[in-house]
Design a protein around this ligand. Sequence first.
Ligand SMILES: Nc1ncnc2c1ncn2[C@@H]1O[C@H](COP(=O)(O)OP(=O)(O)OP(=O)(O)O)[C@@H](O)[C@H]1O
Length: 230
Amino acid sequence: MINLQDVTLTFPDGDSRLIAVDDVSLTAPDGKVTGITGPSGSGKSSLLAVAATLIRPDTGHVWIDDVDAAALTPTQAAALRREQIGIVFQQPNLLPSLTAREQLLVMAELGDRGRRHRMTVHRRADDLLDAVGLTAHAHKRPGQLSGGQRQRIAIARALVHAPSALLVDEPTSALDHQRGSDIMGLIHRLTHERGTATMLITHDLAHADALDTVTTINDGRASHSDTVLA
Ligand SMILES: Nc1ncnc2c1ncn2[C@@H]1O[C@H](COP(=O)(O)OP(=O)(O)OP(=O)(O)O)[C@@H](O)[C@H]1O
């Protein structure tokens, strides 16, 4: 579960501070896709960065299961991300020289480097390549894959360490409608199958059927909370 409580985030803006996230409270439960939408500049990416523990808020709590990430040091937050958080960005950010399977196996080099951990990661990598429909493409490098296939690899990579929380920022922005719909359906299915607390940003609601709830952000404030769509 991701639970944001009274989160405020500001950035320096000349002599004053710009309020990017304004006292937001929001819960993303396990096994559900919690959608965040709103106009450009409303604070969606800032909110996601706080939930991903990439930025510490000025005030408030960022619960990832039973840990308040807002109270962690940067080193502790990095360890939490390595173990419990998966992040998918707008662009897949794959390493050009690695095959699809190797993009996932790189995760075995982070943190615990024991033999059992490696074997677990190898097993999970093969399972996830299958889950995202890319087993037959496991040996290909990013340059040999389509945009949608690259985004599938990025999703599989974000899940290979079995995180409890998955943060996804505009995963369809570089894809056409059909590919976007496929990716959103995949995220919905994996979230429900694996029980991750998924928070997903989208600026349009073309694929709203893949969201379990949607919260709208306006000027940093959550104006609708947890509207059930399906
Ligand atoms: N690093 C930063 N330094 C200063 N201001 C920032 C920074 N990041 C974001 N902002 C400001 O915070 C506000 C919210 O930005 P944010 O990127 O979170 O919005 P968004 O809803 O994700 O927008 P978009 O849909 O265009 O990506 C904006 O006014 C933006 O200019």
